[in-house]
Design a protein around this ligand. Sequence first.
Ligand code: CU
Length: 254
Amino acid sequence: MTSTSTAAPGSPSTNSEAKRNGLAGAIAFVLVGVLVVAGVGFGLHKLSADPQKPLYATLATDTVTVNGENLHKASVTMGVYPDQASAAEHGSKANAKDWVQYGPSSHLVLPQHTLVTMTLHVYDSGEKLNNAFFGKVIGTVGGTITVDGKDVSSVPADEVQHTFTLHGLPTSSQDPLFVNVPLLRVTTDDKDNFLPTKDPATDFKGHTIVFSFVTGGKGEYVWNCEYPCGDGTYQKFGAVMGAVGYMTGKVTVA
Ligand SMILES: [Cu+2]
């Protein structure tokens, strides 16, 4: 019996089988590609998501005149804690890791064209800034902050616990906003125990720092600490320093 090259009806030729296999492979390749892209997108979204609920500034009913401009007023209060126990002790929901941390949220939402007054209760010790520039107060109304009720325009580089440094990328599409506030450290004894302070608002365990700045139009900004309070990596700028929810976060002007 001689073989024939014509396939019986209903049975695929080797040629179209190869084509079909090729098509299945291509579809599988595209599907894997889609899954990889979706996975990366989901991962990045999760990484950039807020670890805590955003903290909205409270809008006041009265207004104030700053540099000839009549502005609304808003206020926001936060804390800076050396660890989870300190955060819990002072009424802030502690973050997942037992690191130095801002609380209760690292994502602030502030109203636009408003005089924002921030109150920070700060409970950590410190060492020395690696860059004395961040010991200066910049961008606040009057160029000052109050520390336990006293006006200052800078904090010595070796008396800083953390900084609140708010900034954005230079862009033509949103107003510039730069605020730098050095936070006075709580002093410690030679065994690293915290010494009592003179500030009743912190139960004599910290300092209260108050300052105001004026927001521009809507925009997205970031803040971070510029005191090297991370672990030994990246000259103490690693770990907690880059961790959203601890020493860095977002500011939305809405
Ligand atoms: Cu810090």
